[in-house]
Design a protein around this ligand. Sequence first.
Ligand SMILES: Cc1cc2nc3c(=O)[nH]c(=O)nc-3n(C[C@H](O)[C@H](O)[C@H](O)COP(=O)(O)O)c2cc1C
Length: 388
Amino acid sequence: FFSILFFYRYMRLTEEIRKKLLGFSPPTDNPVMPAPNYAEFYKSLGNPSRIVAPMVDASELAYRMLARKYGADLCYTPMLHSRMFCTSDMYREKHFTTCAGDRPLLVQFCGNCPRTVLEAAKFVEGSCDGVDLNLGCPQGIARKGHYGSFLMEDWNLIYSIITTLRRELAVPVTAKIRVYDDVDVTIAYVNMLVQAGISLLAIHGRTREMKGCETGLADWEIIRKVKERFPFLPIFANGNILCYDDIEKCMNATKCDGVMSAEALLYDPRLFSPVSKRLGLLNSRVYKKLPLTQELIDVVTSISYEYLDLAEEHQAVFGHVKAHMFKLLYHLLSHQPELREELNSVHEEKSIPDLRACVAMIRSKSVVALRESGVTQQEHISKESIIV
Ligand SMILES: Cc1cc2nc3c(=O)[nH]c(=O)nc-3n(C[C@H](O)[C@H](O)[C@H](O)COP(=O)(O)O)c2cc1C
């Protein structure tokens, strides 16, 4: 009984909510504003098609700069908490940094109070190309704080946040959403966002419930239907972009203006560049362990050094840098899992040079392992030839 109750409470729209959402009409007390100039805004961003997703603790300045170097043509900041952004100088300084080369840039906020989101956005409007509203966060903390995807049943509130930003900000407003398990409601949802005045939309083709071990595949078909219904609105498709070849596949399947990638970029920041095709780093993470080769060692360590240089230059938060290193070095650590402990032992009080030394150590141990595996293979071959 309880699991059925849970299913209907959390996994599906109830008929009552569905009807309410489909019958939504914008509040009449908001003065109607002219529609944004979608094409002009998109052009001002440089017609981007390869987009770095917002990622808490991961799409920070240094990583954005690395991804830009390898083909990303638009980046989002990590989600910033609007109330904390307004009230804590420390939070602002720690979580929002940018530089001249960090454009085009969309700054993402979460929140549930129009005035607070506006106040937060005012801090950054001079340093970005647009302000994005997070409507997709599915985590427990978002449920508790009533933001992200937990606003999906409260369209009046979403409408009010977006119209407030639209009226009072000097830059355009964008949104990033998840889909419903219902095409009609998803299309009505996007229609509401368009009426509220968004200039661009990113659609993650998973529902709010698709997270953790329930993540599953993103639905490109529902994204295609939305794009078909709103051809004038620049839309990015998000989900299932794991390697370079997925870019074209997704563009063809969804007819969207661009694709957005998150997790795969953490393992291969060159994902948007054709150079990533050669090793197919993430492909191999999903399907199989990549064989240890000199080329793999060279590529993985040189990207790691490149990132560390940027992290040093842009004074990245040490904890974020270290988390990146585990992912960037994944393909070497998977051959020698005991080396994870070495990386783990580089603590907060240490610095980027210590991480660089750790990469050098992982590199040299990988070279030794490669040489030894070559010897073993050689021995194996000669034993086989003796048997023959
Ligand atoms: C480490 C990490 C942090 C994330 N943080 C955010 C965030 O701050 N804002 C947001 O809208 N989505 C966030 N997401 C979700 C991604 O932007 C993206 O929608 C999701 O991961 C699906 O894309 P992918 O299949 O390419 O990973 C995060 C995802 C990851 C892996």
